[in-house]
Design a protein around this ligand. Structure first.
Ligand SMILES: NC(=O)c1ccc[n+]([C@@H]2O[C@H](COP(=O)([O-])OP(=O)(O)OC[C@H]3O[C@@H](n4cnc5c(N)ncnc54)[C@H](OP(=O)(O)O)[C@@H]3O)[C@@H](O)[C@H]2O)c1
Length: 322
């Protein structure tokens, strides 16, 4: 089969299309004929050897995909060849990929493969942060950084559906409209405006109840200044570099809370994964949650897809098509 491989860590061009053996499902696993690969910002860290999971060279990037089950290993129940599914796993930049059955989500008819590829990581990350890490309530205000990005557009809509007011931040005027079309009530261009000052102004000085921050260094500490009393900031990425060390005494002044989030810790809780999946599919069915497929690239153009997501010009989900 064809798959993307890299033999050394580095820039996007270390990735090349290669002919590799088609993997055989081991016990507890399914094999997917991949129709759409979800590109995540974290794939760029994996390619550089700086992600939580380190590559074993030569390696294939990719953590999620959607497609059709074409083979099932021993000890798998409830999943059969021919089923349309999305899943979280490893080495998904290929024509076929293996996934553990318990990380595989059957797709309802109304969810396309492209939407499926945008679902397991970005959508469930957004749902977990809003409904598990924080318990979002109607009337709360949420500040969503990178609100036109993959996680950002779904997080804004899930927060909105829960009755929250959403203030998005983006780094260009072009993204302001995108964020507004996908759940944000107000959008701040945080390159031209001080986002913390703007967030306070937009909340009449009170501040926001929750911040979803995957930018890191340029935004995390500054964000504490625009949290309302008992406000909560969740750090779940570092696209702009790791934040500086936090002086916890800064939290006393307004009874603030900070936490971290990574989907790996959540995905072992199968009951919550099922609940999040059901709730998000229901929102999609009701038209309250729409995936934005920003751009699709042929599998062989994975380097261009990575350059695009690293450029800060991408919006929504980037998909590779084998
Ligand atoms: N913890 C988890 O389990 C988890 C799961 C999924 C994603 N994430 C994290 O969530 C973030 C969003 O992921 P995504 O896949 O949906 O990507 P994305 O938001 O579609 O793209 C990354 C965005 O990060 C922003 N950014 C800020 N500073 C940047 C910089 N110096 N270089 C490049 N981009 C920068 C850009 O938006 P603006 O310029 O408009 O801000 C860019 O569009 C990433 O940091 C990712 O690692 C974490």
């Amino acid at each position: 089969m064809k798959a993307i491989q890299f033999k050394e860590v580095g820039g996007p061009d270390v990735m090349q299309i290669a002919e590799v053996p088609t993997p055989e499902p081991r016990p507890g696993m399914i094999r997917m004929k991949v129709h759409a690969v979800g590109v995540n910002f974290a794939d760029t860290f994996f390619r550089q050897g700086t992600y939580l999971v380190r590559p074993k060279l030569p390696d294939t990037p990719g953590m999620e995909a959607a497609g059709v089950i074409d083979a099932v290993g021993p000890n798998v129940e409830g999943l059969k060849p021919g089923m349309r599914v999305a899943a979280v796993g490893l080495k998904t930049y290929g024509e076929y990929a293996l996934f553990y059955a318990n990380q595989t989500i059957p797709l309802p008819d109304f969810v396309s493969f492209d939407e499926g590829a945008a679902f397991p990581i970005q959508t469930l990350t957004a749902w977990f942060m809003l409904h598990v890490s924080h318990r979002i309530e109607p009337g709360q205000t949420v500040l969503v950084h990178s609100a036109a990005g993959g996680v950002g557009v779904v997080a804004s809509q899930i927060a909105k559906a829960a009755g929250a007011r959403v203030i998005g931040t983006v780094s260009s005027e072009a993204k302001v409209a995108v964020a507004k079309q996908h759940g944000a009530d107000d959008v701040i261009n945080y390159v031209t405006h001080d986002f913390a000052e703007e967030a306070k102004r937009l909340t009449n000085g009170r501040g926001v109840d929750l911040i979803l921050d995957a930018v890191g260094k340029p935004t995390f500490e500054k964000g504490l200044g625009c949290l309302a009393p008992f406000g909560h900031s969740i750090l779940y990425g570092r696209a702009g570099g790791p934040p500086d060390k936090l002086d916890v005494f800064r939290l006393f002044e307004k009874s603030l809370k900070v936490s971290g989030f990574v989907l790996f810790t959540a995905s072992s809780n199968h009951d919550l994964m099922r609940k999040g999946t059901e709730q998000c599919f229901q929102l999609m069915k009701e038209g309250k949650l729409k995936m934005l497929i920003g751009r699709k690239f042929p599998l062989a153009e994975a380097p261009a897809a990575h350059r695009h997501i690293e450029s800060r010009e991408s919006v929504g989900k980037i998909v590779l098509v084998p």
